[in-house]
Design a protein around this ligand. Structure first.
Ligand code: DGL
Length: 274
């Protein structure tokens, strides 16, 4: 008899950035239900200190536990950089962080072992991506640029506007002397600035590969749910959203980013401590 676990899979991010991951997973796992939970009231996390990031992430995971998830994708790289071990220690359900898969993918595609990472300021400070990449290839030359400035722009649904283009162009100009052939998007929000990044790279005549963790995580999730035998064979897929901030604002931005009419989005609010 085939076993089917119909409980949803949680996806956690501080804000709308992880919707890029939801979009990928939704396509890759058509028989799975997903709960996307975002701490929109307290984002950005990337400019906060480790104790706030950890406390907020744990609180959001408690909510996911209450919602009876069978597994969680920790999309927020900032949270993963500081508290993935603590999350795994506290919660019984399996949690998958994006950092390891993205690090491996970037090592697999780089020819010259020069990798540039864009991440939040906090992730940059943690050195988590460097460590993950060095574990796979100790000879890799890795530089990380903190780009928390861009997070709020994406959160307003403006990742493809001129302001984000100018910021990205400025970041790239700082690395003219660094011969990178791969850029790793180490913050979920950056998935929604990709067209601008490609345009800025073309302007400076740079041909590089862009690693978007949204793509990397799918393979790992498949392996995990198959390995643990927690797949669902349900025919129709249900997606629900929980946000700690303004529900209407989230609906408006998510509708734009997911290209889905607002009335199709099932968004609820949840309380956080403040
Ligand atoms: N999107 C989150 C990440 O992947 C962090 C954005 C923020 O809240 O600063 O790191």
């Amino acid at each position: 008899m085939k076993f089917s676990d119909k409980r949803p899979i949680g996806i956690f991010d501080s804000g709308v950035g992880g919707l890029g991951i939801l979009r990928e997973l939704q396509r890759a796992f058509p028989t799975e239900d997903f709960i996307y939970l975002a701490d929109t009231a307290r984002m950005p996390y990337g400019t906060r200190d480790v104790s706030d990031i950890t406390a907020y992430t744990i609180e959001c995971f408690e909510k996911l536990q209450e919602l009876n998830v069978k597994a969680v994708v920790l999309a927020c790289n900032t949270s993963a950089s500081y508290c993935i071990d603590e999350i795994k220690r506290i919660f019984d359900f399996p949690t998958l962080a994006v950092i390891g898969s993205a690090a491996l993918d970037s090592v697999m595609v780089t020819y010259n072992k020069h990798i540039l990472i864009f991440a939040t300021n906090a992730t940059t400070k943690s050195g988590a991506f460097q460590r993950a990449i060095k574990k796979v290839d100790s000879k890799a030359d890795v530089r990380t640029r903190g780009c928390s400035d861009i997070v709020n722009i994406v959160e307003e649904g403006k990742g493809e506007d001129e302001e984000s283009y100018e910021l990205l162009r400025g970041y790239l100009e700082e690395y003219q002397e660094f011969d990178y052939d791969t850029i790793l998007l180490g913050c979920t929000h950056l998935s929604f600035t990709k067209k601008n990044l490609q345009k800025a790279l073309a302007e400076i005549g740079k041909d590089v590969k862009i690693i978007d963790p949204a793509k990397s995580i799918s393979k790992d999730l498949k392996r995990m749910i198959e390995g643990l035998r927690i797949e669902s064979d349900e025919e129709d897929q249900k997606i629900s959203f929980y946000v700690s901030g303004d529900v209407n604002k989230f609906k408006r931005i998510a509708s734009k980013l997911l290209q889905e009419p607002e009335e199709n989005l099932d968004v609820s609010s949840f309380e956080v401590k403040g």
